[in-house]
Design a protein around this ligand. Structure first.
Ligand code: ADP
Ligand code: MG
Length: 701
């Protein structure tokens, strides 16, 4: 690939493009608008819109769209062309056209919102919603369309999307970080939260997906016997990348780079056919937008290469599923990372305060963090010894633990000449970055200068976890700032505050193996929550402390939160409903006929062998009995599954409905799968109606 540096962000209307294209005054107004959220007046918006349109047309664009992120977790768009009649030839028979794009069209769009989930927020007679430009995330061109990132709200101003609460949460945490930084003498710094999301995915041949209803409709295999070889040999992780995959990665990188997405690291993951892509981190809302685009382009580019990119959390039963590590930090706009332990006592103290803010936030809002990653797909991953457990805990590494313990007990710190550590006076020992990243089993790990939240699922929007992290940390910082702003002796108050926070929240710190079977018991003794499934997690979303948190920081109103609760629960139900329907269809139309045919074939063979040669036919008879037993079992569970769905759907209350799906429907699906998989292991490939795991996992050469 030539000229990467010049192609980078070539399709983005970013600051460089703006500086080149906008009059000086307008450019300055835009900078204000981006940095301080200052509203553009309409005259200025007109100039920006016009420049954007000219630039877009030069790049081959004919349409624009307000690009938004409804609560479905994916993105939505509706294209409008720039084209307008030029006024010649009268109203009915325009003879010429011009390309137009006004400031009004840039800033605000109307949209029929009635087909997007609203969780009861919007009654049908008020079906309109509107989209509002987010100037902090740059417009870009994809295909022949100018994409304008927007927030999506009801006419009453209620958020109907992921971006609105995300932006609100960023404001909330920024307000509190600024208060705290002021106490350390940093006036007028603009804080930003930064995110880098490592994305895992599978690539399989398109043919395999075409041949499997489950992969096509649900993104995962609902059936499939364990293959002889999975990930046991650890020969795929960081292994040589196959040529077809390499070609895909190259094209993907090029597309991402042109959109200004800094795709950085690519490698094979643990499971066969599994890979990972990590970008360079950036501001939270841009990172969220970029991750959405990355997922979309992964699917698109894979398709061009005759492959399908599976982003489901658990496409295959017997090998690791896919997650998304959400790396999160806070810094200043000058690029000073506030989670970097500093070199001076004062910097150290500031670092420890921010560290404690995160510790308190994770402990106080374990439930919200768990909820932020709760989906039907992710339930297969969390706690399955391949991803962090459903219990939320935090890893800070041995060095920091020792420091925190010394602070907690007002005790001498071992590494520091056995002297008592005075926060704000003494220098902390150096905390080597590498030594903090050994634990891969922790849901929330400090990795030297950032936190890595490892529970998010591969297919979900990372808006949700970041909304929770930002808001929960904002709340700790608010409490800290309240105490410190009123303190007489700042250093002493700081020391006490850090010590008291460690004392109150140390139960959340766990450096051990998160996959260990004893950990959930130990976690329970510590009073930590273990919300194993999505409905169990969601049942806590509306707990009073959570409503108070979001309302207090202006991130969600109680009504908005209630609507999300309804949507998330119903989404869980819908996903499992579709999976169960798909499974029943596969079983009814293909599996049962196949197993029946094969056992009949065995009988037929046995009869001929007995007639012709008078032999015993032990294999045929035994296999036939075995398969027939499973066949009846499959048929019985198939009926139970139908009834379980019926019973679950009848529940009035959404939570009750979701609980019934979790217990009865998922339970029956697991049993059905077991019986089918047992048959698959006994039936020849060409008589089994679906490609096997071996076929699929090793389909890309
Ligand atoms: P590893 O996790 O393998 O040690 P890195 O630490 O280099 O790898 O980065 C992993 C991810 O974390 C990358 O996407 C990177 O951009 C992101 N990251 C690094 N520093 C920060 C930060 N300060 N804020 C947010 N994300 C970060
Ligand atoms: Mg990492």
């Amino acid at each position: 690939m030539k000229d990467v540096a010049n192609r980078f962000a070539a399709k983005v209307f970013n600051l460089t493009t703006m500086r080149q294209r906008l009059p000086k005054d307008t450019y300055r107004e835009m900078l204000h608008c981006i940095a301080d959220g200052k509203r553009l007046d309409i005259a200025v918006a007109n100039i920006v819109a016009n420049a954007m349109k000219d630039w877009a047309i030069e790049q081959g664009a004919t349409h624009f769209t307000h690009w938004f992120q409804p609560m479905t977790g994916i993105t939505a768009e509706k294209h409008d062309s720039f084209i307008s009649p030029d006024g010649s030839g009268g109203v009915s028979t325009p003879s010429g056209a011009i390309m137009e794009f006004s400031g009004k069209e840039l800033v605000r769009g109307e949209s029929d919102a009635s087909s997007f989930p609203s969780g009861g927020l919007r009654s049908t007679f008020e079906a309109r919603g509107y989209t509002a430009w987010d100037p902090t995330s740059f417009a870009f061109i994809k295909d022949t369309v100018l994409y304008i990132p927007t927030a999506f709200c009801s006419f009453g101003g209620e958020a109907l999307d992921m971006k609105t609460p995300l932006l609100r949460s960023m404001e909330a945490i920024n307000r509190q970080i600024s208060r705290v930084l002021k106490l350390f003498g940093h006036e007028n710094v603009t804080p930003i939260t930064t995110v880098g999301a490592e994305q895992e995915y599978f690539l399989v041949d398109q043919e395999m997906v075409n041949a499997r209803e489950d992969l096509m409709l649900t993104g995962r295999t609902l059936l499939g016997a364990k293959p002889p070889k999975g990930q046991e040999l650890d020969d795929h992780y960081f292994g040589v990348i196959k040529p077809r995959v390499q070609a895909f990665m190259q094209e993907l990188n090029d597309e991402l780079w042109q959109l200004g997405i800094l795709a950085k690291t690519e490698h094979n993951e643990v499971a066969p056919a599994q890979h990972e892509l990590a970008p360079v981190f950036t501001t939270t809302n841009i990172s969220v937008d970029h991750n959405q685009l990355t997922m979309e382009l992964m699917r698109k580019v894979a398709h061009r290469h005759g492959m399908v990119c599976l982003l489901h959390e658990k496409p295959f039963n017997c090998v690791n599923g896919s997650g998304k590590h959400n790396n999160w930090s806070i810094s200043t706009s000058e690029g000073v990372n506030l989670l970097d332990p500093g070199a001076t006592p004062f910097e150290n103290a500031q670092f420890l305060l921010f560290l404690c803010a995160v510790i308190q936030a994770v402990d106080d809002y374990q439930d919200l963090l768990r909820i932020s990653v709760a989906t039907a797909g992710n339930d297969h991953r969390l706690g399955a010894n391949e991803a962090p457990p459903a219990v939320i805990s935090m890893f800070v590494g041995d060095e920091l633990t020792e420091v925190l313990e010394a602070i907690e007990h007002d005790a001498p710190y071992g590494g520091h000449d056995k002297e008592q550590l005075k926060i704000g006076v003494d220098v902390l020992p150096r905390i080597p970055k590498d030594s903090t990243d050994r634990n891969r089993t922790s849901p929330f790990a400090f990795t030297g200068n950032k936190f890595e939240f490892r529970s998010p699922g591969a297919s979900q929007s990372i808006a949700k976890p970041n909304i929770v992290i930002n808001t929960a940390v904002a709340e700790s910082l608010r409490q800290f700032a309240d105490v410190l702003e009123g303190a007489g002796d700042f250093t002493q108050a700081l020391h006490d505050l850090i010590r008291d926070t460690v004392r109150a929240h140390k139960r959340i710190l766990f450096n051990g193996n998160g996959y260990d079977n004893h950990w959930p018991e130990e976690a329970q003794r510590r009073g930590l929550m273990n919300l194993r499934t999505t409905p169990e997690a969601l049942s806590h979303l509306l707990d009073e402390k959570n409503v108070v948190l979001f309302e207090h920081h202006g991130v969600f109103s109680a009504a908005e939160l209630r609507s999300r609760y309804e949507i998330l629960l119903q989404n869980y139900v819908n996903v499992i409903h579709i999976e169960a329907e798909t499974m029943m269809d596969m079983v009814s139309r293909n599996i049962l006929p196949a197993v029946s045919a094969f056992s009949a074939k065995l009988c037929e063979n046995a009869r001929i062998k007995a007639e012709v040669a008078g032999v015993a036919c032990g294999y045929e008879k035994a296999r036939c009995r075995e398969i027939s037993r499973h066949t009846d079992e499959i048929y019985a569970i198939y009926s139970t599954l139908g009834e379980a769905m019926h019973h679950a759907d009848a529940a009035e209350d959404t939570l009750e409905r979701a609980m019934r799906y979790k217990d009865d429907v998922v339970g029956a699906m697991n049993a059905l799968r077991q019986a089918c998989d047992a048959c698959e292991a006994m039936i020849p490939n060409d008589q089994w109606p679906y490609p096997s795991y071996t076929d699929i996992l090793f389909s890309v050469k």
